[in-house]
Design a protein around this ligand. Structure first.
Ligand SMILES: Cc1cc2nc3c(=O)[nH]c(=O)nc-3n(C[C@H](O)[C@H](O)[C@H](O)COP(=O)(O)OP(=O)(O)OC[C@H]3O[C@@H](n4cnc5c(N)ncnc54)[C@H](O)[C@@H]3O)c2cc1C
Length: 250
């Protein structure tokens, strides 16, 4: 994909940013742990799209105020639980023309269902399940159910399976195949009251510290939906472009 985008070797995978310092002239020196060892890169401008709690640690030596503000965003845990059932396990009333159709379902907390939502992966994408089976990706956890981090994988599969039997799967169906359980301990930043003030405080602390050309981006800045992250990337690119235009004429 990278070569199709024309990015080639400009994109570095498995490079972990560990430090950022101001360069002697202008710009920044970024320290990375890479598969080839420690590498440092100098850049006129930097967009940090790492999670805010990682940015907080890396920016602490530069600005305690920015780091403190960035450390306050709340990322509750979410588990992604992928299971497969035979097609006959789906309740008849949930089929359209004999098929499980649609994107999936979301479960309001008021319905007393622990699973947050279920994506019908094999209805959405081709070749996700062999003929006669369905593949379901379920999310469980969130800010009202942080206890999922201490559950075992089989507890999580059991919780999801028991929920699905309340509305989608026949109660007497055979056990599902559990194909994947991935717990994200800090999954999605919550835009709680005060979020934008804390973000503004982080940005203004960087401004006060003279860290021009260092921009914050990613989901806690732009919004958590993937579409907003992409729009936010365009906004960040435009900020860098404006900055570099001024920089070029200094
Ligand atoms: C379980 C789950 C389900 C979701 N479902 C949906 C959905 O259905 N629809 C939707 O619109 N959105 C969904 N979202 C939200 C959306 O996917 C995210 O908000 C979005 O992908 C975040 O993009 P990002 O680039 O800000 O952060 P990320 O995609 O989290 O990228 C941050 C990157 O920083 C890297 N990183 C961390 N530390 C370092 C370091 N020190 N050095 C270098 N790199 C580092 C990480 O490895 C990661 O690749 C979901 C999120 C989760 C967790």
């Amino acid at each position: 994909m990278l070569s199709h985008l024309g990015l080639g070797s400009k994109v570095k995978l498995s490079w972990k940013l560990t430090s950022i310092t101001k360069a002697d002239n202008q710009g920044y020196v970024l320290g990375y742990e890479t598969p080839e060892g420690l590498v440092s890169v100098q850049a006129k401008s930097v967009i940090m799209t790492i999670p805010s709690y990682v940015a907080s640690d890396i920016l602490r030596p530069l600005s305690i105020d920015a780091a403190d503000a960035l450390s306050k965003f709340y990322y509750p845990p979410v588990a992604a639980v992928t299971v497969s059932y035979p097609k006959e396990a789906i309740r008849k009333e949930c089929l359209i023309d004999g098929e499980l159709q649609g994107f999936g379902q979301l479960h309001p907390r008021s319905q007393g269902v622990e699973t947050l939502g279920t994506i019908y992966s094999s209805s959405l994408f081709p070749n996700r399940a062999p003929a006669g089976r369905v593949l379901l990706l379920n999310y469980i956890g969130g800010s009202t159910n942080t206890g999922i981090v201490s559950k075992t994988e089989s507890d999580l599969v059991e919780a999801v399976d028991s929920d699905l039997r309340k509305m989608l799967i026949n109660p007497r169906a055979a056990d599902p195949l559990a194909l994947g359980v991935r717990v994200w301990p800090q999954a999605i930043p919550q835009f709680l009251i005060g979020h934008l003030d804390r973000l503004a405080a982080a940005k203004s602390a960087l401004g006060r510290g003279g860290y021009d050309g260092l921009f914050l981006g990613g989901n806690y800045v732009a919004g958590v939906a993937l579409g907003r992250c992409i729009e936010g990337a365009y906004e960040s690119a435009s900020q860098v472009s404006d900055f570099l235009t001024k920089y070029a004429y200094k």
